[in-house]
Design a protein around this ligand. Sequence first.
Ligand SMILES: Cc1cc2nc3c(=O)[nH]c(=O)nc-3n(C[C@H](O)[C@H](O)[C@H](O)COP(=O)(O)OP(=O)(O)OC[C@H]3O[C@@H](n4cnc5c(N)ncnc54)[C@H](O)[C@@H]3O)c2cc1C
Length: 308
Amino acid sequence: MTQTIVIAEMNNNAVHPSTAELVSAANTLGGEPTLVVPCTDAGQASGAAGMGAATIIAAKSGAFAHYDASGWAEALDAVVPQGTIITGASPQSKDLAARLAARRNLSVVQDAVKIEGGSITSPVYSGKAMQTVSASGDVVVSVRSNVFAPATGGATDVSVIDTDGNVATSVQEFMARASERLDVAEANIIISGGRGMGSPDNFTHLEAIADTIGAAVGASRAAVDTWEAIPHSMQVGQTGKTVNPNLYIAVGISGAIQHLAGMRSSKYIVAINKDADAPIFQHADYGIVATWEEALPVLHESLKGMMG
Ligand SMILES: Cc1cc2nc3c(=O)[nH]c(=O)nc-3n(C[C@H](O)[C@H](O)[C@H](O)COP(=O)(O)OP(=O)(O)OC[C@H]3O[C@@H](n4cnc5c(N)ncnc54)[C@H](O)[C@@H]3O)c2cc1C
């Protein structure tokens, strides 16, 4: 491989902390990673300092004001050096990864959960199987969050390169998220509720635990479809968000294949379900066969004790 280039994960025009994990992923491929920050103002790239990259480039363009697949890919393609490209695995970054790969005629591996000596492992068939491919040349790889420990140190100086892309569509309006709670896609710990919660009001029990341990609250599709108060932004699964936390607590969730598709790569899975035969227990590291009414108060009390 020639060189590895990391495209910074951006959130509201700021470098997202998960970018340091991408640099760590790039390090496993060898070489000294270059970190490219898509920005409208070079100052936005300052957040990339100390994230482990050997070089930081602020790719500056008005095209980066809002995400547009073709505009971003064109503007980045113009400034990103040749080599293997690493991006995040958010829906936007996977879209960008595919666009960049197409522009450079490279292969793309999406949702990598392991990179070892040129071998890249990622889930396929909605997570029912894992595939490992070996890269013999440059590739584009999107890497899931919480897989690599964040890199530290490295460059602090930023060089600025102006670029431009033809923006085909632009965002006219942002609608604020209904909830200000932590997003499941960004969380290290998630506690999710399913139809077994009985009512959307009972999600307050999950929220209380989430507040104690700094978790995000997720939901199954059955919960989202059944109760208007549970927004789709909370849905985990094939038609919701793909998550990869260190700890996933599934409460009153049966463990349908479409739900598993979004969370089965979590490091530790805890299931609380009153039905000992619920499929979720086949994938759980720890299982509690009980109603949530019985289990959650006990769990909350002991977590409060642990958190001091
Ligand atoms: C194309 C397609 C895409 C889909 N995409 C998704 C997706 O993205 N995400 C997703 O989640 N699903 C998705 N589904 C739906 C999926 O197949 C399941 O229907 C859904 O995941 C079930 O949600 P659930 O586990 O909350 O509900 P249920 O299957 O009804 O399970 C409820 C569970 O709660 C338990 N329970 C009941 N009461 C209690 C109690 N008091 N205490 C403890 N446990 C209790 C029950 O034993 C049961 O196991 C999709 C389906 C299709 C066809």
